[in-house]
Design a protein around this ligand. Structure first.
Ligand code: FAD
Ligand code: FES
Ligand code: FES
Length: 488
């Protein structure tokens, strides 16, 4: 029998919080600004894009407190159980003066109107704690999710490079607090389930993975909230009611990554940031694309499980994972089943998932030797933009140059992420040559009838998909000039 407690407990700066009356859709930003009158964190967009609301959230990972930047506007208070929330108000220097990050921003003219500044400071603070002397690429990455409309980025980046002249992370007051905080946070994780509220106001924070399975089976109409980077917008942009809610992003069992010689298994709570080193090591081309998923705050929150579960036709993980032959592991109560990832997406907004069933993990086979794999994201902006289309390609050509296997999948080209089976058929058994590619591209029109929307027209999408196949071919022959960004 699982113990049940009735309070969301966490630490806000240096204060212990226990909330017994909080709504499922109360965002951290609203709670900070309206309930706590902490107005340093700003609301710019309320959709995770601008970073003005950035705070740090410290959570236990392998018994250490790990701090990550997150966007408070789309993070729900109910998801904070057992964490340490650090806002701009908690930053201070050793002697009570400005914090080194703040002083560097002042001295390098990193702020004009100041609206974005707390968010930039918190993102730079998070970076400085793990890298005291960051270079250009690290700073750009850490600031991908912060927008400034008046200062411009050069002074802010200069400030980021200069922080080490103002102080050392070892002397940071938060570091000194951490040991005591860790003990308090460990005490919050006492193995009990948290439940509060009634009906649509009900919040459930399961005690474990098995507890989640039991709770969701018993409450199949509840909304699972993982990293909340999609669900957050249902609330802030679409005013949708989401309760009752089951928060799952604290479950250590869902944060596992299991690797062996033939495959990698990502459990559903693994965030983009957590997955990155494993993705980059095993699928380098996908590792590059990973940096183009959202900005750092959203990568710290958003999960692979959420990206797949939501069934979006423009999610960035399904096309490459489908091409790699991923399997999806679903669970309802004690019953588990495994399906091919590509079979999960049935139609727009419809997935092969039963009431009370959740995504437990996804297994991605490693690429066999001799195969060529690449993926491409096409969007209007390089950073923090949703794909107009996202394509993944994988071929095996024999020593004689004949295509033995071809797998191609796209997002943004149909109502679901979808394989290009007609194009694949036009390649298999043919020589891997320019002539074969020129003949095969016509088959894209059989596979896809894309729509026109604000991201791209149907014609643009079709032509771009064809050109990506041409590009993939040229790159496989060492002829393409790959435009690569510098990655930290
Ligand atoms: C600013 C911004 C930029 C973004 N950029 C990108 C981008 O570049 N590329 C991209 O692909 N996406 C992007 N997204 C979308 C989003 O980050 C991803 O889809 C993310 O992976 C969702 O994961 P999550 O954990 O936040 O899901 P949540 O928001 O928590 O949940 C999403 C959906 O999945 C369900 N769900 C979650 N986990 C499970 C589970 N284990 N079992 C069953 N159901 C589950 C939820 O009930 C909900 O329906 C962006 C979002 C924002 C806010
Ligand atoms: S207010 Fe813009 S990211 Fe939160
Ligand atoms: S200083 Fe004005 S938006 Fe950045």
């Amino acid at each position: 029998m699982t113990d049940v407690s009735n309070a969301i407990r966490f630490i806000l700066n240096d204060e212990e919080i226990a909330l017994t009356d909080v709504k499922p859709d109360t965002t951290l930003l609203d709670w900070l600004r309206l309930d706590r009158r902490l107005r340093g964190s700003k609301e710019g967009c309320a959709e995770g894009d601008c970073g003005a609301c950035t705070v740090l959230v410290g959570r236990l990972a392998d018994d250490e407190l790990v701090y990550e930047s997150v966007t408070a506007c789309i993070r729900f208070v109910g998801s904070l159980h057992g964490t340490h929330v650090v806002t701009i108000e908690h930053l201070r220097g050793q002697d009570g003066n400005l914090h080194p990050v703040q002083q560097a921003m002042v001295d390098h003219h990193g702020s004009q109107c100041g609206f974005c500044t707390p968010g930039f400071v918190m993102s730079l603070y998070g970076l400085w704690m793990r890298d005291s002397a960051p270079g250009q690429a690290s700073i750009e990455q850490a600031l991908q999710g912060n927008l400034c409309r008046c200062t411009g980025y050069a002074p802010i980046i200069r400030a980021g490079k200069a922080i080490s002249h103002y102080g050392r992370p070892e002397d940071d007051p938060l570091r000194a607090e951490r040991m005591a905080l860790k003990q308090k946070i460990m005490a919050i994780h006492d193995g009990s389930r948290v439940e509060l509220g009634e009906g649509a106001d009900r919040i459930i924070v399961p005690a474990s993975l098995d507890d989640l399975a039991a709770v969701y089976e018993a409450n199949p109409t509840a909304t699972i909230v993982n990293g909340s980077t999609d669900v957050g917008l249902w609330v802030t942009k679409f005013m949708r009611a989401i309760g009752p809610v089951i928060f799952i992003n604290h479950l250590a069992e869902l944060k596992r990554i299991a690797e062996n010689d033939s495959e990698v298994r990502f459990y559903a709570g693994v965030s983009y940031s957590e997955a990155l080193p494993v993705i980059a090591a095993n699928f380098p081309d996908l590792g590059e694309l990973w940096y183009r998923i959202a900005g750092e705050q959203v990568r710290n929150m958003g999960t692979i499980g959420g990206n797949i579960a939501n069934g979006s036709p423009i999610g960035d993980t399904p096309p490459p994972f489908i091409v790699l032959g991923a399997k999806l592991h679903l669970r309802r109560g004690g019953h588990r089943r495994e399906i091919k990832l590509e079979d999960y997406f049935l139609a727009y907004g419809k997935q092969d998932r039963q009431p009370g069933e959740f995504v437990e993990s996804v297994t991605v086979p490693l690429l066999p030797a001799g195969e060529t794999f690449a993926c491409y994201k096409i969007s209007k902006r390089r950073d923090e933009d949703i794909s107009a289309l996202c394509g993944a390609f994988r071929v095996f050509a024999s020593d004689a140059g004949t295509v033995g296997m071809a797998r191609i999948a796209f997002g943004g080209m149909a109502a679901t992420p979808k394989r290009a089976k007609a194009v694949e058929a036009a390649l298999v058994g043919k020589p891997w040559t320019q002539e074969t590619i020129d003949a095969a591209v016509a088959a894209f029109a059989e596979d896809y009838q894309p729509i026109s929307d604000m991201r791209a027209s149907a014609d643009y999408r079709l032509l771009t998909a064809q050109n990506l196949l041409r590009r993939f071919f040229l790159e496989s022959k060492g002829q393409g000039q790959r435009l690569r960004r510098e990655v930290a």
